[in-house]
Design a protein around this ligand. Structure first.
Ligand code: UT7
Length: 314
């Protein structure tokens, strides 16, 4: 597999203040904390008050600023912004365009655009960003996964409303001469478009998605390890898309891995789609477990059907 060296300069995340608990949802639909927690692993999710007050680009910008501030990064060094989202503020312009303006970078002649690969979006965006860094033309890339899914959740439908949350995660990547290999595997299976799709609301065939998710996550992990001649001992942590704890447990069982190999934060945020792996990466990076030059494996699946994995060197 083609080797690209990519340096993670910093990571950040942001979730809206308002917390929607399982107990809150008990008052809205015919559900209960026991069902939600035992079937999904979710306790809380954060959602915006209103898109008029805070929309996807605001969450994206706050996550970006968190990454920028943590590293005291000179924002003027950013020469490419890519946002993964399926819930942009507008159909056009892109969230990345809006983030450029909010960060005060409108004077810079830089490309900014969004990618929609649903919950696999952040992994797709990391892939595109890394290939563009590798071209030699770009030096500092801001990659964001940001969603305000609550705009598309039917809060009278218990099948979906308990699952999703809003949030954003960001990473700053740079070219490097150091040995920091990054590898990618990104796939789409377009005939499965009706498993999860979004019009006015998110629609999902939960059971079918569940089954497909467990097999594609296993497949993506095995594929990228095989392609890179690595094994689980080479990987410090697996950071999976946080859609359902049971999906991750089932994958761990199939791969005969202890659950401690996986970074999990679904209890706090629910499924934040393209933001999920980005937020989890940032939270993992602030644990003592994250040591320089460790390798992390990010893996995701989502609408499309899309799925994929990346191995990054932190
Ligand atoms: O980012 C990718 C997006 N999505 C996913 O990854 C989701 C994948 N799928 C899942 O996570 C699971 O399929 C769900 C969490 C969505 C559902 O869990 P399940 O164990 O597959 O439940 P089910 O759909 O088989 O439903 C079991 C029962 C049903 O009742 P009956 O027919 O057995 O009487 C549902 O009506 O649970 C009922 N149910 C609920 N009960 C209480 C469904 N939603 C709820 C709810 N509260 N929120």
């Amino acid at each position: 597999m083609n080797k690209i060296n990519v340096k993670i300069v910093s990571t950040g995340h942001y979730v809206p203040e308002k917390c929607l608990t399982n107990e809150d949802l008990e008052k809205m639909v015919d559900t209960d904390d026991k069902w939600i927690y035992s079937r999904t692993g979710i306790k809380n999710r954060h959602i915006i008050e209103s898109p008029k007050i805070e929309d996807t680009s605001d969450l994206a910008c706050k996550a970006a600023l968190d990454a920028i501030n943590k590293a005291n990064y000179d924002v003027n060094k950013i020469d490419l912004i890519i946002t993964a989202t399926f819930t942009p503020d507008y159909r056009s312009p892109s969230v990345a365009n809006l983030v450029q303006a909010k960060l005060g970078l409108s004077h810079k002649e830089i490309p900014c655009f969004d990618i929609n690969a649903a919950c696999t979006g952040f992994i797709y965006a990391l892939n595109v960003a890394s290939q563009m860094l590798n071209s030699g033309k770009y030096k500092g890339v801001l990659v964001i996964g940001a969603e305000v899914i609550s705009k598309f959740v039917d809060y009278t439908n218990r099948d979906t409303c308990v699952l999703f949350g809003d949030g954003a995660g960001a990473v700053i990547l740079e070219q490097t001469l150091e040995d920091k290999p990054a590898y990618f595997y990104t796939v789409s299976q377009g005939e499965l478009d009706k498993l999860i799709y979004v019009d006015e609301f998110v629609h999902m065939k939960g059971k079918e998605v569940y089954l497909f998710a467990t097999s594609t996550i296993e497949k993506a992990i095995k594929h990228i390890l095989n392609d890179t001649n690595m094994n689980f001992n080479d990987i410090k942590t697996i950071i999976p898309h946080q859609a359902n704890l049971r999906i991750i447990q089932s994958v761990a069982k199939k791969l005969e891995l202890d659950m401690s190999k996986f970074f999990i934060n679904i209890e706090k945020y629910g499924n934040t789609s393209a933001a999920s792996v980005a937020i989890a990466l940032d939270e993992f990076m602030s644990t003592p477990n994250a040591k320089p030059n460790d390798k992390v494996l990010l893996v995701g699946f989502g609408g499309g059907f899309t799925y994929g994995a990346t191995i990054l060197t932190i």
